[in-house]
Design a protein around this ligand. Sequence first.
Ligand SMILES: NC(=O)c1ccc[n+]([C@@H]2O[C@H](COP(=O)([O-])OP(=O)(O)OC[C@H]3O[C@@H](n4cnc5c(N)ncnc54)[C@H](O)[C@@H]3O)[C@@H](O)[C@H]2O)c1
Length: 275
Amino acid sequence: MYNLLKGKKGIIFGALDSNSIAWKVAERAHEEGATFVLTNAPVALRFGTINELAEKTGSQVIAADATSVKDIQNLVDKSMEILGGKIDFVLHSIGMSVNVRKGNHYTNQNYEYTKIGWDISAGSFHKVLQVLYNSKAMNEWGSVVALTYMAAQRVFPDYNDMADNKAYLESIARSFGYFFGKDRKVRVNTISQSPTMTTAGSGVKGIDGFINYAEKMSPLGNATALECADYTISLFSDLTKKVTLQNLFHDGGFSNVGISSEIMEGFMNDKEEDS
Ligand SMILES: NC(=O)c1ccc[n+]([C@@H]2O[C@H](COP(=O)([O-])OP(=O)(O)OC[C@H]3O[C@@H](n4cnc5c(N)ncnc54)[C@H](O)[C@@H]3O)[C@@H](O)[C@H]2O)c1
């Protein structure tokens, strides 16, 4: 390990179980010398296994519903007390669509569900940033990262209203990142990760197909959760101080490939059989 986060303090949202991307980020941040508070929604604390992670990384857990400004304020205030100072890094690793959960098609949304999903997946990011900003809770050259998916730019029909939520999330990173950069020298970025088998990932219809297709399209293959954690650590470190307002693809090259020879082969064989 490289001691990349030695002495840094953070808040990590979204570790539900050992498959969670946030779980791997917490493990890697611990290895790199950081101290941090873990947080998740009260219901997730009951059903998940976050205490195991807390023990392993010597962290405290504070419950916070990321749609509640009151909960976030309490989390930020208590984290500064526990960690003994301002925060250097924050991971927003939160996503949920009620329409997806209930099996509503994109063209047949229940807008009450749409609002809840938007608030959890995108609005919460603005709330977290706003509380951090107004509380002057971040150290200069701190770094905030949220996780996103390429359905914000291109159509993946079964990603449903999460595609719109991710587009909004990425826009918040730019818009808030401007003020956080100018006024406090804090970076705000999103990482656009390959499809990954986690609780949130497995909620997407046809995730197996997504994963296999992306694997064949990406010159380097899909990025794993652990590799995503490594990339996140680099963005929390002092090695990326001038990277901000970016949506950074971490997908083995998938986002810039039109077609790969592996995918092409399938079509060539079909054609030969037809003729
Ligand atoms: N798995 C993938 O294929 C993939 C790909 C790209 C991006 N992402 C993104 O990565 C992030 C993390 O997801 P994951 O794949 O690790 O799955 P995950 O299910 O392990 O994590 C999602 C987390 O969101 C939390 N959450 C839900 N509602 C909340 C609320 N109201 N307040 C606080 N927390 C709440 C859950 O408890 C859970 O810990 C999400 O933003 C997801 O969209 C995932």
